[in-house]
Design a protein around this ligand. Sequence first.
Ligand code: 13P
Length: 251
Amino acid sequence: MRTNVIAGNWKMNKTNAEAVEMLTELKGLVKDIKDVKIIIGAPFTALSDAVKAVEGSQIGIAAENVYPKASGAYTGEVSPVMLKSIGVKYVIIGHSERRDYFKETNEFINEKVKAVLENGMTPILCIGEHLEDREAGKTAEVTEKQIREGLAGITPEQAENIIVAYEPVWAIGTGKTATPEVAQETHKQIREVLRDMFGKVADKMIIQYGGSMKPANAPELLAQPDIDGGLIGGASLEATSFAEIVSAARK
Ligand code: 13P
């Protein structure tokens, strides 16, 4: 019923030349795959060249952040209007690295989600608990708050065009993946919260898993009923490993 969505998040990696090289290789590797949505999140400097590099393919380009105003005196920031104007289709919002290192709040993240939607792009809203939350049995509570506050004021029609990425912080870049069962349990809870907020639309919404997803563990994770794809960090930097995960997402 839902098409799997595999997205890469390059984080602060790749020069323009490296970005174009990887995307050119990836384009070739996935050219016959039509039943998985493919997204690559690139740093701001590489976005324009990345969009050109994937032209004529089914790969969509994502920004990794945005400022929720159209223009103005916000030195160093990039607006959704600017992103849209160069052909960016998705924006990763509220990644745990932004929440932790740059102190982004759910309220600020909510402004970004709305600004991205207003500009006709798709937000990829990242949520996830820290290890101490999980050990204290607070995973459901923490993720529910992130969803309710991050998606406050969003209509069911808008929600249909939002991707949620569940990334347990303890699994990011650590090599410690959530087991398929643990991930599925949380994904199910997340969908229940979305159902409470948006009704039936929740069944159409994509909930990606992120956190040390690799070619070796992707098939089992993606086989879970409420896991609709992945947000991939480390394994998205190389075309071959990313393409293997894309292949694993075929139904
Ligand atoms: P890793 O795949 O490197 O654990 O990163 C996951 C992530 O943070 C994607 O946004």
